[in-house]
Design a protein around this ligand. Structure first.
Ligand code: NAI
Length: 338
């Protein structure tokens, strides 16, 4: 099994080389270029490609891979919304992913963002560095006794429910499927969640059906001063409406690890680039904290991603679908899991 590993960073190589010691039959070639319709042709001669969340695995890229007899697309991520699954299925491709490699890592970052935005931690730190010890503009909210609304209670959402519950918050949730393990959570309609929550955190995948789930209308239903957090996907939120919500003070604090338009920025140093970006607008707000898709980024998560990705690759090489958890399979030899 020869894998072409796209968009490789030093930390990827470190974690995959460490995990590879347990998989002697797998060879990996790392390249800096990300997978897209132009770079797909580099995969000639490989059995599989390994891609990440923002890789452009559109219909053309899939067609090129299939034409090169690259039958396996290994997503080293949970989300796969940039992959044209329909096109891949038509071409008989297999897409495997890594769900739940460290749900706590993402949930802990979500809570960190909520606290950083609401308690003005970054601003406070910058003030102290400037020898400014004034408290004006740093007022926050006590979360204990308040209501948290968690949208999506899969692995990450469930971890977030446990965290907010630990903070002494009452936990409401909305999901298309209830999680029976969360007996301390009250499932409500999306409208109820929006109108009752003091903290709203998104943890559902992005599909066509929930694109811009958070928009002017849903923001209007939120409690004034709500703390809003998105570590799920940028496309779940209409950024223009979010900016208006922050400007009008409907949203009292905002923590984002993902945002629309993040594609060209993610994991790149673009500090010398001159560009109009939604990030600069968001960062101009004193109550908004933005990080760039780093919620997953812990030592434990990287090790788990590498191990599961290589287990997925081996299962494909051995034609042993039954040896990998069903939730890892997006599509197996053209047959979609959903
Ligand atoms: P999961 O598959 O375990 O859970 C997703 C949950 O969302 C499921 O319970 C599902 O029923 C629910 N859901 C689906 N559609 C929904 C809708 N329209 N409204 C409400 N709930 C809905 O996924 P997991 O592992 O919890 O990940 C959630 C999302 O977090 C991923 O899809 C990904 O977009 C994002 N993520 C972000 C990372 C980051 O570094 N910022 C890292 C990993 C994942």
């Amino acid at each position: 099994m020869r894998i072409l590993f796209y968009d490789a960073c030093d930390y990827d190589e470190d974690s995959f080389n460490e995990a590879k010691k347990q998989f002697p039959s797998i060879e990996i070639e790392y390249i800096e270029a990300d997978l897209n319709p132009i770079t797909a042709s580099l995969a000639r001669g490989y059995d599989a490609v390994c891609a990440f969340v923002n890789s452009e695995v559109d219909a053309l890229a899939v067609e090129i891979l299939a034409g090169l007899d690259v039958k396996l697309i290994l997503m080293r991520s949970t989300g796969y919304d940039k992959v044209n699954v329909g096109a891949a299925a038509e071409m008989g491709e297999t897409i495997l992913r890594v769900p739940g490699y460290s749900p706590e890592a993402v949930a802990e970052h979500a809570m960190g963002l909520a606290l950083a935005a609401d308690r003005h931690i970054v601003k406070g730190y910058n003030r102290v560095r400037e020898n400014d010890y004034a408290l004006e503009g740093l007022l926050g909210t006590t979360l204990n006794g308040k209501v948290a609304g968690i949208v999506g209670t899969g692995q990450i959402g469930a971890a977030m429910c446990r965290i907010v519950s630990g903070f002494g918050m009452r936990v409401l949730a909305y999901d298309v499927r209830e999680n029976p393990a969360l007996d301390f959570v009250t499932y409500v309609s999306m409208d109820e969640l929006l109108s009752q929550s003091d903290l709203i955190s998104l943890h559902c995948p992005l599909f066509e059906a929930n694109y811009h789930l958070i928009n002017a209308e849903t923001i209007n239903k939120m409690k004034p001063g709500v703390i809003f957090v998105n570590t799920a996907r940028g496309g779940l939120v209409d950024t223009a409406a979010l900016i208006e919500g922050i400007r009008s003070q409907k949203i009292g604090a905002c923590g984002l690890d993902v945002y629309e338009e993040e594609g060209p920025n993610v994991f790149k140093n673009r500090s010398s680039a001159v560009f109009e970006s939604v990030v600069s607008t968001l960062c101009a707000f004193p109550n908004t904290v933005v990080t760039s898709h780093q919620a997953f980024f812990t030592k434990e998560a990287l090790a788990a991603i590498a191990k599961t990705t290589l287990q997925n690759a081996l299962a494909f090489a051995e034609d042993a679908r039954e040896s990998i958890p069903p939730q890892n399979v997006v599509c197996w030899k053209g047959e979609c899991a959903r």
